[in-house]
Design a protein around this ligand. Structure first.
Ligand SMILES: Nc1ncnc2c1ncn2[C@@H]1O[C@H](COP(=O)(O)OP(=O)(O)O)[C@@H](O)[C@H]1O
Ligand SMILES: [Mg+2]
Length: 284
């Protein structure tokens, strides 16, 4: 068997604030194979974002401290890698999609400027040469990939000129710029209305499949899991309490906690699903 692209093993993290130490992750283990769509689901406060930050190297230490575990990406242990190596991987081989378009885009720069800057730094980290025109072409190409009908117009826009759904697509485009192998999405589209969120999730799933990426979908919403993921890890109070194929998990959850989580999902009536809602070639 080949190693998964991302493997988190026995990860424990604690936070110390005002002299008090709280353990937040207790031996978290999860794996994301190449080209797979994996979910990390759990209620608010269960430790999902802390897990994501640990993977991406975004935990501030202190107040955080990793007390145990390994995070292997492509066989390399990130927790023992040099700062430079982690910086090189972040935003290149692994990229994340930010949740909140409002606070993740800079209002005073155009989309082209912001994406161009990200690309410039990614190129630099990878030791790649690409001129201004090359960057511009790549920005337009990626905006077209996220189904923008008029990439040049979007590129020339300031964030305020774009709808919420378009801003979220720009954030996805930013994550795709450097052709990552792993995308991590932490509650994507939560700031959007449900129809637009459904379209964004469908787009994300389509892109991941087209570009053969691995996806780690982080969400509190089992409806999102059902629509986007093949394999699920259920997190509760900093522990993975159940991990299974999505279909098996929904059909026959083994843990009481998972059963209750599934029972608490509101049912959509009339068989409406993301698939029927989603038209991704629209500029919503
Ligand atoms: N910077 C921090 N300082 C102290 N505690 C934190 C910090 N960030 C997160 N925590 C704690 O870690 C736990 C998990 O948080 P988080 O990973 O953000 O949950 P979620 O599953 O909603 O993403 C929470 O109990 C939270 O209070
Ligand atoms: Mg969170």
């Amino acid at each position: 068997m080949t190693e998964p692209l991302l493997s988190v093993r026995n990860l424990s993290v604690e936070f110390t604030t005002y002299g008090r130490t709280n353990a937040v992750l207790h031996g978290v283990t999860l794996a994301v194979p190449e080209r797979s769509q994996v979910a990390l689901v759990g209620e608010s406060g269960s430790g999902k974002t802390v897990t994501m930050k640990a993977i991406m190297g975004l935990l501030r230490e202190p107040p955080a401290r990793v007390t145990a575990g390994e995070i292997l990406f492509d066989g390399r242990d990130l927790l023992r890698a040099s700062r430079a190596e982690r910086d090189r991987l972040r935003g290149t081989a692994m990229a994340m999609i930010f949740q909140d378009p409002m606070s993740s885009l800079n209002p005073v720069f155009t989309v082209a400027d912001q994406m161009g800057t990200i690309l410039k730094y990614a190129d630099r980290r990878l030791g790649r040469q690409r001129g201004r025109a090359g960057r511009r072409a790549r920005v337009h190409e990626v905006l077209a990939q996220v189904r923008m009908r008029d990439p040049e117009r979007v590129a020339a826009s300031y964030p305020i000129m774009l709808s919420g759904g378009m801003k979220q697509r720009v954030l996805i485009a930013m994550a795709l710029l450097s052709q990552p192998r792993l995308l991590i999405a932490d509650e994507p589209g939560t700031a959007l209305d449900v129809t637009t969120q459904a379209q964004i999730l469908k787009l994300l799933k389509d892109l991941v499949e087209e570009q053969h990426l691995a996806l780690l979908m982080i969400t509190h919403n089992l409806g999102v899991v059902r629509e986007t993921s093949h394999y699920v890890h259920v997190m509760h109070r900093g522990r993975i309490v159940e991990a299974a194929e999505a279909q098996a998990l929904f059909a026959a959850p083994r843990e009481d906690y998972t059963r209750n989580l599934i029972a608490s999902v509101p049912r959509l009536t009339g068989g409406t699903s993301f698939a029927t809602l989603a038209r991704t070639d629209d500029e919503t």
